[in-house]
Design a protein around this ligand. Structure first.
Ligand code: SF4
Length: 159
C-alpha cells in the first residue's frame, strides 16, 4: 500500500472555523489528499477515529482548562510534529481576550469560569507544548496552511 501521511486534526477552545476552511479546501484537494493522507483522527470528517500515532497533528483552539492541557500533552506525545492552526492555537486569541478584561468584568465572568472549571487565563498551544509550525490568521491563512502541509508531505516522502 502506498505510504500516506498519518494526520490528526484536533479542536480545543475555538469556533472551529479553521476546520470549516479545511473542509472547503477539500473541494479542490480531495482526490489528491485521499491518496496522500491517512486521516486517522478527524472528527468532522468521520465518526470512527484512531488516536494512536501521527506524523502530523493539526491543533486548532486555545487551551482554557486543565482537561484541554492534558489533551494537548497527550496529542504531543503521539505525534512527530505538531502544528498550531489559527490564531486561537497560535496566540490564544480571540479566546484569550478575557485575560485582559478589567477586574470588574472578570468578576462578572467568574461564575462561568468556576462552573466550567476553566483557567483564569487562556493559554496558547506553545504555552503548553512544543509547537513545530504555526499557521496564523483568524481563520487560518489558507496559503500558509497549504505550504506547511506540503512541507510535511514532502518530508515524509508522500509527495
Ligand atoms: S482562529 Fe479564529 S476562526 Fe479559527 S477557530 Fe480560532 S477563533 Fe475560530
Amino acid at each position: 500500500m502506498a505510504k500516506k501521511l498519518r494526520l490528526g486534526w484536533f479542536t480545543l477552545t475555538c469556533c472551529e472555523d479553521n476546520a470549516i476552511m479545511f473542509v472547503e479546501l477539500l473541494n479542490t484537494h480531495f482526490f489528491e489528499w485521499k491518496k496522500q493522507i491517512d486521516f486517522r483522527y478527524c472528527k468532522f470528517l468521520k465518526s470512527k477515529n484512531t488516536f494512536d500515532e501521527f506524523d502530523v497533528a493539526l491543533v486548532e483552539g486555545a487551551v482554557s482548562s486543565e482537561r484541554e492541557k492534558k489533551r494537548l500533552l497527550d496529542i504531543r506525545s503521539k505525534t512527530k510534529y505538531l502544528v498550531a492552526v489559527g490564531s486561537c492555537a497560535v496566540n490564544g486569541r480571540p479566546s484569550a481576550q478575557r485575560n485582559d478584561f478589567a477586574p470588574e468584568l472578570k468578576k462578572v465572568i467568574k461564575p462561568f469560569i468556576k462552573k466550567w472549571k476553566l483557567y483564569d487565563n487562556v493559554l496558547s498551544a506553545k504555552d503548553v507544548v512544543k509547537v513545530d509550525e504555526s499557521v496564523d490568521g483568524c481563520p487560518m491563512n489558507e496559503e500558509k496552511f497549504l505550504q506547511v502541509l506540503d512541507k510535511y508531505l514532502v518530508e515524509f516522502k508522500v509527495k
